[in-house]
Design a protein around this ligand. Structure first.
Ligand code: SF4
Ligand code: SF4
Ligand code: SF4
Length: 262
């Protein structure tokens, strides 16, 4: 490894590799990064990946098995700074839905022919297993934010655990969008951490909360407001639990009958 450059790696637990694909930088960014960091491990790009110590290690995915947990503990041991990359890693993501659905529903509808898979342990966000230094949330995370993080780390700048903690509404309003919530749609922008340039409402889609709750999210008020607008308790909870349910559920315990019995 060349001296004076940060040794950076990307690794994955159980996920869809969407976060890693997002973080594949364009040629211009790669040239810029090449001056300040060694990207020493990156599945997709490198056939042989470095296995020593990392200055910064980005981890995609949820820990859904004993093997994932063991890998994660190893990742922590060999990284100076460990970064949760994406919703699965930061907040449990879609795999953590399993925590909110009765086991019999999974056994019956999802894994009827694969009981071994059904026996995997409870999906966990990575900070339920190891200490996490920084979070780059989102499904997938924002590419620019990943790049900014690496540049700041290379320059030795201090960074908070989350680079951005304002709600999505702040960027949405500054983009000049009309408000979908005011139009009666179920948009979770007021309680969701921004930093994604409000990409969904800027394209006419509701925010589903994929970057998790802000640190001071008033979830009770949000749910009451949506109920006043005619949404059912179950519809609201199902959507809130879809991407970052573990976090939202910590604020307000939500019992959901996820899949209708048939
Ligand atoms: S956060 Fe989204 S894009 Fe990233 S691994 Fe999970 S499901 Fe895939
Ligand atoms: S559309 Fe959603 S994100 Fe935008 S201002 Fe309204 S509630 Fe907030
Ligand atoms: S607007 Fe909401 S759902 Fe869309 S990317 Fe941003 S946080 Fe995720």
């Amino acid at each position: 490894m060349a001296k004076n450059k940060l040794t950076v790696g990307f690794v994955a637990l159980t996920g869809c590799y969407g976060c890693l694909l997002t973080a594949i930088f364009n040629e211009e960014a790669l040239l810029e990064l090449a001056n300040v960091v060694n990207i020493a491990s990156f599945p997709f790009i490198k056939e042989k990946n470095y296995e020593g110590k990392f200055d910064v290690l980005f981890v995609e995915g949820t820990a859904v098995s004993q093997q994932d947990k063991q890998h994660l503990i190893e990742f922590r041991k060999k990284s100076n700074v460990l970064v949760a990359l994406g919703a699965c890693s930061s907040d449990g993501g879609v795999p953590a839905l399993k925590r909110f659905v009765p086991k019999k529903t999974f056994d019956r509808l999802v894994y009827p022919k694969n009981p071994d898979i059904a026996d995997l342990h409870e999906p966990m966000r990575i900070d339920e297993v190891v200490q996490v230094d920084h979070y780059l949330p989102g499904c997938p995370p924002d590419k620019e934010q990943v790049l900014t993080f690496i540049k700041n780390a290379a320059l030795g700048r201090e960074m908070k655990k989350h680079l951005y903690d304002n709600p999505v509404c702040v960027e949405c309003r500054s983009n000049g969008n009309r408000c979908l919530l005011e139009e009666g749609r179920m948009c979770f922008g007021p309680v969701t951490r921004g930093g994604c340039h409000a990409v969904c409402p800027s394209n006419g889609l509701e925010c589903w909360g994929c970057r998790g709750p802000t640190s001071d999210a008033n979830l009770n008020k949000m749910i009451d407001l949506l109920k006043e607008k005619g949404f059912t308790d179950n519809d609201i909870k199902q959507r809130l639990l879809t991407f970052t349910g573990i976090r939202f559920n910590e604020i307000r315990q939500m019992n959901v009958e996820w899949v209708p019995s048939q």
